[in-house]
Design a protein around this ligand. Structure first.
Ligand code: SF4
Ligand code: SF4
Length: 503
């Protein structure tokens, strides 16, 4: 770990090299008139500029409590045992020991909607030859069950996954059958626009504890503009089935605050300036979380960017407006959180990593997730599969008909992506104060900068992570007791055992 970062002019700190030995191994970043200190263990502290320069010059803070706090975190040399720092780091990197837990199955590329940003590059419902076969589905389940991960999540994606219902059903039944006795916690998640739902499918999904996740881009006018649907209002269809599925959970006596259809928000230019309307829509639908996701440079979004895209600064302003609104609502008693903020808050506050695959080091490509395309091609992640759909097979790990689990996870693609997403070895990241909590996506880097190794000074995802982290550190530092309790509560995960199948 480097001792110093962020462009501090060390020459200005004079002849006193020995004083540098009084400082623990840190990274730092100037935030307003304060300095953020972090270390590999993921600890952080905000100190004044005077305190920081005092530390550099071998003068720890005079206040004993302040001095002890910095010493406990290891921000002063020799005050925290290396084994203790190593144990904290191992806790944060615990995900490295488990293997791929997320298995994304693209049951079909067909879809009945025409979303303006479709990252999956869907094809029309009548186009044949784009559905996964039952045989391919069986092969995908067999590979997934070989992962050493103690938890496995099978996630159904598309296109619209319900357009190939027999495969969804087969995978659930087969994974439960073959997973019996393996001692794994098996989970299922369906990502659907819900418009092809019917009573029979809903009963199967609820009976088998399949978590249902949909898209909700805001109130009806915004959602329908983003997600055109020849069958009428996509918003009306989505909301109708959200309510019905939520009722089915309640009929089984499940806690509605834990068990309901989850929703994702994709931010387009039309969303900017409408943070309040969008949050209001989520609250109206009884949702407890909103995941504010930026557009990504995949699929149709690359074609429509000029009309629906925006700059990272605009996204960050929108994200801040959503957080302001949510914190205010929480103060008034409505419990609702934002997921991107929650991922970072749990890293900052809990001493562990929530294992969100896109924001960790190394990222989850091939070692945290595997994506199985409809034709049996296997990719490092869903984004890698999206790039393939755009005509570039760069992130293909192999094929189910030819390759076994070992061949896939030991492929050169996976090795390269591990190296490219280790922030600890990346120029720009290795001495960034946000390294302990951040992550780089090689597929995004490749799509935007032509190289799996991102050039961080001009990387928009880096700018986005840095902006969100600046905002969150600022919020934590200035929060009163109530706001601090809200942000800390967001960082506490809530398990949903009904969706868990112990094998
Ligand atoms: S984003 Fe999903 S629902 Fe929308 S067109 Fe693409 S595959 Fe269909
Ligand atoms: S991606 Fe950017 S914010 Fe994240 S660690 Fe690297 S330089 Fe820092």
């Amino acid at each position: 770990m480097s001792r110093f970062s962020s462009g501090l002019d060390l020459a200005a700190h004079g002849p006193s090299l020995p004083v540098l030995d009084s400082l623990g191994a840190i990274r730092f970043r100037a935030l307003g008139d304060r300095m953020l200190l972090t270390n590999d263990a993921g600890d952080h502290a905000l100190v004044s500029q005077a305190e920081f320069h005092g530390l550099l010059e071998g003068r720890p803070p005079a206040d004993p409590a302040r001095r002890d706090a910095l010493a406990r975190q290891g921000f002063m040399a020799g005050t925290r045992a290396p084994e203790d720092l190593a144990a904290a780091m191992a806790r944060r990197k615990g995900f490295l020991a488990s293997g791929p837990y997320l298995h994304v199955l693209v049951t079909t590329l067909r879809c009945n909607q025409g979303c303006v940003y479709c990252h999956a590059s869907r094809i029309g419902m009548a186009t044949p030859g784009h559905d996964m076969s039952l045989e391919t589905a069986d092969q995908a389940v067999a590979v997934a069950l070989q992962s050493p991960s103690p938890t496995l999540t099978f996630e159904f994606q598309g296109g619209e996954p319900l357009a190939n219902w027999p495969v969804v059903r087969r995978v659930v039944e087969r994974a439960l059958e073959l997973g019996r006795g393996l001692g794994k916690d098996i989970r299922f998640s369906l990502v659907s626009n819900l418009s092809l739902m019917d009573d029979e499918k809903m009963a199967f999904l609820v009976d088998h504890g399949v978590q249902v996740c949909t898209s909700l881009d805001g109130p009806q006018d915004l959602h329908d503009a983003n997600r055109p649907f020849a069958g009428g209002s996509s918003h009306a269809e989505t909301v109708r089935w959200m309510e019905r599925i939520d009722r089915a959970y309640q009929d089984r006596g499940l806690d509605p605050t834990l068990y309901h259809v989850e929703a994702l928000l994709t931010v387009t230019r039309a969303s900017l300036g409408r943070a309040g309307d969008i949050v209001e829509e989520y609250v109206r639908r009884g949702l407890q979380a909103i995941f504010v996701r930026p557009l990504n440079p995949f699929g149709f979004a690359t074609l429509t960017w000029g009309k629906i895209g925006y700059g990272t600064g605009e996204f960050l302003a929108f994200h801040r407006a959503v957080l302001d609104d949510l914190v205010e609502r929480n103060r008034r008693g409505t419990q609702i959180l934002e997921r991107l903020a929650t991922i970072f808050l749990s890293k900052i506050l809990s001493g562990t990593d929530p294992n969100y695959l896109d924001i960790r080091s190394p990222c989850g490509a091939g070692i945290g997730q595997i994506a199985y395309d409809h034709d049996g091609s296997v990719f490092c992640c869903d984004e890698g599969r999206m790039v393939n759909q755009m005509g570039d097979p760069m992130f293909r790990m192999g094929h189910l008909a030819r390759d076994g689990y070992g061949d896939l996870v030991e492929s050169e693609v996976v090795r390269s992506l591990c190296v490219a997403s280790c922030l600890e070895a990346l120029p720009g990241c290795s001495d960034c104060a946000y390294l302990p909590w951040c992550g780089s996506c090689p597929v995004y880097n490749y799509a935007t900068q032509g190289n799996i190794f991102g050039r961080m000074p001009e990387n928009e995802k880096c700018k986005l992570h840095m902006g969100v982290l600046d905002d969150l550190i600022g919020r934590l530092a200035s929060a009163d007791e109530t706001d601090g309790a809200i942000l800390r509560r967001w960082a506490i995960p809530r398990d949903r055992p009904f969706f868990s199948h112990e094998g």
